[in-house]
Design a binder for this molecule. Structure first.
Ligand SMILES: [Cu+2]
Length: 170
């Protein structure tokens, strides 16, 4: 998890730097000299190839971030049956761990969220398909219970739908 966080930070920082470079270049171009005044700065030469490179780089980063947040599949973890309830602990720390949980249809499920992350982003968890939401206790466990009836893939996510996990009902 530490390694993937480092990668994410690196990607975000790179995207940030790139956006600064692009807006600086755009700003330099937008600077029009007033009538009769000398240009404050010489115009910056930007060959087409550089523009293309910056554009492709930006697109690549956007794609990488999309993939990271939406499509990255981690190992699915099955809930354990205990006294008739399928139970599993989910650590909330910059994301959900595990973020892919496998349960069986027709049997009650209990997700025990342990929230370590103080950011307000993760204070709420929503399971819209099961009409459940919960305020997660910081440094404590908050349980969410429901019974999935239909097999399928359902999402659970933070209040802003940025941090996500998947519930696979079989
Ligand atoms: Cu959020």
């Amino acid at each position: 998890m530490l390694t993937s966080r480092k990668v994410l930070n690196y990607v975000l920082n790179l995207g940030f730097l790139l956006s600064i470079a692009v807006s600086a270049a755009a700003g330099a171009q937008a600077l029009e000299p007033a009538q009769g005044q000398p240009r404050p700065f010489p115009p910056i030469e930007r060959p087409l190839l550089l523009k293309l490179g910056v554009t492709l780089g930006g697109l690549g980063l956007i794609g990488l971030e999309l993939w990271w947040f939406q499509f990255r599949k981690t190992e699915a973890k099955p809930a354990k049956l205990r006294e008739g309830i399928q139970e599993i602990g989910v650590t909330v720390d910059g994301g959900y761990e595990p973020n892919r949980i496998v349960v069986q249809a027709g049997q009650p499920v209990r997700l025990n969220f342990f929230r370590k992350d103080p950011s307000s982003c993760l204070e709420k968890v929503l399971l819209p398909d099961f009409h459940r939401s919960a305020d997660l206790l910081l440094n404590g466990t908050t349980s969410v219970e429901f019974t999935p009836q239909q097999p399928g893939t359902y999402s659970f996510h933070c209040g802003m739908n940025m941090v996500r996990g998947v519930l696979v009902v079989q």
